[in-house]
Design a protein around this ligand. Structure first.
Ligand code: SF4
Ligand code: SF4
Ligand code: FES
Length: 368
C-alpha cells in the first residue's frame, strides 16, 4: 500500500521547522514506526525519531499523529492509507524538541524521580528459617494498572495542566506515585501522600482526561490521580484548596443535589482570602451570578443525587482499593433510570464519553 506522511522536521543547527511530505510503499500490516523506518531507509536518512523494541514495551516511540500522542509501533496505518489520509506527524508536546520527532525526556525523568519510585519497606524481614513475606494477588491488584506504565510520555504530551504549569508533576509521575502509595509492602504511604498533595501535585490536575484517553497501555493516569486524592482525604490530608473544593463539592451535591457556588468559594479558599475577592463578587452579583446562600436551593431530584452519593461511597470507602470513578456507579444505577438509557447505549469509553484531543483538521472531519 502507498502511505503518505507529513512530518514536522526540526533542524537543531538553524532552529528552523519545516513540514516535509513523504510517500512510501509499505506492507499492509505496517505500523507508523514501520513507515518511518522505510522513509529513513529509502528516502531521507536524516529523519530523527526514537525506537527500540518495536512491540509496545520500551516506551521509546511516543510521538503525535494528527495532534494526538501515540506509540508509533502500536499504530497501524492500513485504515489511514485506505482513507487516502496523509497524517501529520510531530514530536510529543510538553517536552523540549531535540530534533525532528525526538524530545528531551530529562524533565520527564526528573518528575518520575521526584515521586521516589521505589519501595520503602514497611515490614520486618522474616527471621532466619521463617517463611518469606507474601503479598497476595488481591493486594497487588490495587496497583495493577499503574504497574503497566512503560514511561513513554504520551500522557505528559497531552496534559493541559502541564502546558499551563511546567512544574506540575503530571500524569506519569502521579500514576507512578500511586503505584507505590498502593503497594502493600511500602511503609511511607502517608509521607508519600503528604508530598504528592503539595502544590504542583494531585490537586493541580484539571481532570481533562486527555492523559487517560491517550495512554497506550491502559494505565488510566487520571484514575490513579483520583485514587491519590481519595487516599489523601481518607488520611485527613486536605490542606490544599483542591481537596477542600472536592470535599465541599461532594457535600453540596449530597445535601441539596446542587452545587452551592456562593458557599463553595469561602469553603474552598477560606473566609480571609474570600474577603479579598469581595469586589469581584460584587461585580458577579450585579449580573445575577451570585445566588443568595439562604435558603439553599434544593434540586427537585435530590434523592437521586443522594443515592448516587451512597453508591459511590460504598464503593469508595476503602480508598485506593475501592472504585473512585463515578462512571462505574452510574453503570450500576443505569437499569433503574430511563434517563440513563442513552448513556447505557454508548458505554463508558464510547463516542461522546470524553472530549477529543485537539486535532488539526477540517471542521467535523474524523481524524482519529
Ligand atoms: S487529567 Fe489531569 S493529569 Fe491528565 S492530562 Fe488532564 S490535567 Fe493532565
Ligand atoms: S501512564 Fe501511560 S502514557 Fe503515561 S508514561 Fe505511562 S504508559 Fe505512557
Ligand atoms: S519502539 Fe518500543 S514502544 Fe514503540
Amino acid at each position: 500500500m502507498q502511505v503518505g506522511l507529513k512530518v514536522w522536521r526540526f533542524d537543531t543547527k538553524t532552529a528552523e521547522r519545516a513540514l516535509k511530505e513523504y510517500e512510501v510503499d509499505a506492507p499492509e500490516e505496517a505500523t507508523l514506526l514501520d513507515v518511518l523506518d522505510l522513509v529513513k531507509d529509502k528516502v531521507d536518512g536524516s529523519l530523527a525519531y526514537r525506537r527500540s523494541c518495536r512491540m509496545m514495551i520500551c516506551g521509546s516511540c511516543g510521538m503525535r499523529m494528527d495532534g494526538a500522542a501515540v506509540l508509533a509501533c502500536k499504530t497501524r496505518m492500513y485504515d489511514v492509507a485506505q482513507a487516502g489520509h496523509v497524517p501529520v506527524i510531530s514530536a510529543m508536546g510538553n517536552l523540549p524538541v531535540v530534533k525532528d520527532l525526538v524530545v528531551d525526556m530529562q524533565p520527564f525523568w526528573d518528575k518520575i524521580r521526584a515521586v521516589k519510585p521505589w519501595v520503602e519497606p514497611g515490614y520486618e524481614a522474616p527471621a532466619p528459617g521463617d517463611k518469606e513475606n507474601v503479598v497476595s494477588a488481591e493486594q497487588m491488584a490495587t496497583i495493577h494498572k499503574e504497574s503497566l506504565c512503560i514511561l513513554c510520555g504520551c500522557c505528559v504530551s497531552e496534559c493541559n495542566s502541564m502546558e499551563a504549569n511546567p512544574d506540575f508533576l503530571g500524569p506519569a509521575a502521579l500514576a507512578k506515585g500511586m503505584r507505590f502509595v498502593g503497594d502493600a509492602r511500602d511503609g511511607q504511604t502517608v509521607e508519600r501522600l503528604e508530598e504528592l498533595s503539595e502544590p504542583n501535585g494531585v490537586w493541580d490536575c484539571t481532570r481533562c482526561y486527555f492523559c487517560q484517553e491517550r495512554c497506550p497501555k491502559g494505565v488510566d493516569p487520571r484514575d490513579a490521580i483520583a485514587k491519590l486524592g481519595a487516599e489523601a482525604i481518607r488520611e485527613g490530608i486536605d490542606r490544599d484548596m483542591g481537596a477542600k473544593h472536592a470535599k465541599w463539592f461532594v457535600k453540596s451535591a449530597k445535601t441539596t443535589g446542587w452545587l452551592r457556588e456562593t458557599e463553595l468559594v469561602p469553603k474552598t479558599q477560606g473566609v480571609v482570602r474570600t474577603l479579598k475577592d469581595v469586589k469581584f463578587g460584587m461585580k458577579l452579583a450585579k449580573h445575577g451570578k451570585v445566588p443568595p446562600p439562604f435558603p439553599p436551593h434544593v434540586a427537585k431530584d435530590v434523592d437521586e443525587s443522594r443515592s448516587l452519593h451512597d453508591i459511590v461511597k460504598k464503593q469508595d470507602q476503602r480508598g485506593a482499593q475501592g472504585i473512585v470513578q463515578g462512571e462505574r456507579a452510574l453503570g450500576r444505577i443505569e437499569p433503574h433510570h430511563d434517563t440513563y438509557a442513552a448513556a447505557a447505549e454508548r458505554g463508558p469509553y464510547g463516542p461522546g464519553s470524553f472530549p477529543k484531543p485537539y486535532l488539526p483538521g477540517e471542521e467535523g472531519e474524523e481524524t482519529t
